[in-house]
Design a protein around this ligand. Structure first.
Ligand code: F6P
Length: 373
């Protein structure tokens, strides 16, 4: 008979719809095998303070697959390799610090606590940052299986991450709603969407929502091209336009719009490019232009059925992978199957929108302006 295991599960980085579905599938699959499951709270912070753990059973995950957020909490401040030196750990109720001071490597404490908690393996659900941490902890001897999460869809090695589909649906609905008010008032709207350094959400939601212009980080834009498109529409009686702008989009020779300096050990916060583009459009074309930032609305709420199924498949697959004795891999969608890719491959590069892909080509074929022509 296979040995009973004790596994941990955590959710790290920004939340994404579907996290609870992964937790549910993983816990049910593990309990089915007679294993113990320990929920590690707030990403890797729960491995720096062993009090931040909770035993999970079938009841703990009852009725949660449709819920947004995560029952385990998450954090994008708890990188044990880059931990704020001002914070004590191993007994703290730390929030990851204020980010102002120096950072220090607390990964040995994670290794120590892993053993102290009696864990055989960890299911780490997260984006690129969490997979990078998992990869480095595996190099220190821990057994970890990653599950790819992010609304940005920028994780390498998987065709899609869970959370992306839901974010696209939210953004598409917003574009649909703005369509009617833009048309009623003969206005231009810029709609800024998330996605960090990748344009997946902008491209997919823009295409689905019938945007006239889509600006993405992968294609630096020229305001002349954007305004020409709007004025061409005006000339043929289409007196409104919808411009979808990825938060990481930038003009040729320009830089990404950010909100201040990044905190130590954290990514810079992007935002503001939609408003900048709106101002320029109004100045150059004389068209009344409004801007809308969708922000965290794209991350909240219930996952779509597609994301729920994907997340459930990933959670169950992660347990099968542990049962098979594998580590340092991430489960990944390679339609029609879920397979594994090495964490080294998942973290090798960021998956951005391929410019020669059929989605970009289709957008161009339909006359959507991508800012460069
Ligand atoms: O990575 C997911 C994401 O929502 C990005 O699209 C966005 O840039 C970032 O997280 C926002 O992070 P925060 O929740 O820290 O504001």
């Amino acid at each position: 008979m296979a040995k009973t295991k004790r596994i941990g599960i955590n959710t790290g980085g920004g939340d994404a719809p579907g996290l609870n579905a992964v937790i549910r599938a993983a816990v049910l699959s593990a309990k089915q095998r007679g294993w113990d499951v320990l929920g590690i709270r707030r990403g890797y912070l729960g491995l720096l303070d062993t009090r931040e753990t909770v035993l999970l059973d079938k009841d703990s995950v009852s009725g949660i697959a449709h819920l947004g957020g995560t029952i385990l909490g998450t954090s994008n401040r708890g990188n044990p390799f880059d931990y704020p030196a001002s914070e004590s750990s191993g007994g703290d109720r730390g929030n990851g610090g204020d980010g102002a001071g120096e950072v220090t490597d607390r990964s040995d404490l994670v290794v120590e606590n892993f053993a102290k908690l009696g864990l055989d393996a960890l299911i780490a659900i997260g984006g690129d940052g969490s997979m990078e941490i998992a990869h480095r902890l595996c190099a220190k001897g821990l057994s970890i299986v990653g599950v790819p999460k992010t609304i940005d869809n920028d994780l390498n090695g998987t065709v899609v991450t869970f959370g992306f589909h839901t974010a696209v649906r939210v953004a598409t609905e917003a574009i649909d709603r703005l369509h009617s008010t833009a048309e009623a008032h003969d206005r231009v709207f810029t709609i800024e969407v998330m996605g960090r350094y990748a344009g997946w959400i902008a491209l997919y939601a823009g295409l689905a929502g019938g945007a006239d212009v889509i600006l993405m980080p992968e294609i630096p834009f020229e305001m002349d091209r954007v305004c020409e498109k709007i004025l061409r529409r005006e000339a043929r009686g289409r007196r409104f336009s919808l411009v979808v702008v990825a938060e990481g989009a930038r003009s040729v020779g320009g830089s990404m719009a950010t909100k201040g300096e990044p905190e130590k050990g954290r990514e810079v916060v992007l935002g503001g490019i939609g408003e900048q583009v709106a101002r320029e459009i109004e100045e150059r074309t004389g068209k009344e232009t409004r801007s809308v930032i969708l922000g965290h609305l794209q991350r909240g709420g219930s996952p779509t059925p597609y994301d729920r199924i994907l997340a459930l498949r990933f959670g169950a697959a992660a347990v099968r992978v542990i049962a098979a004795g594998k580590s340092s891999v991430m489960v990944a969608l390679d339609p029609p199957i879920v397979r594994t890719v090495p964490l080294a491959e998942a973290t090798r590069r960021m998956k951005t929108v391929p410019l020669d892909g059929d989605v970009v080509c289709s957008a161009r074929d339909m006359g959507i302006c991508l800012g460069d022509q």
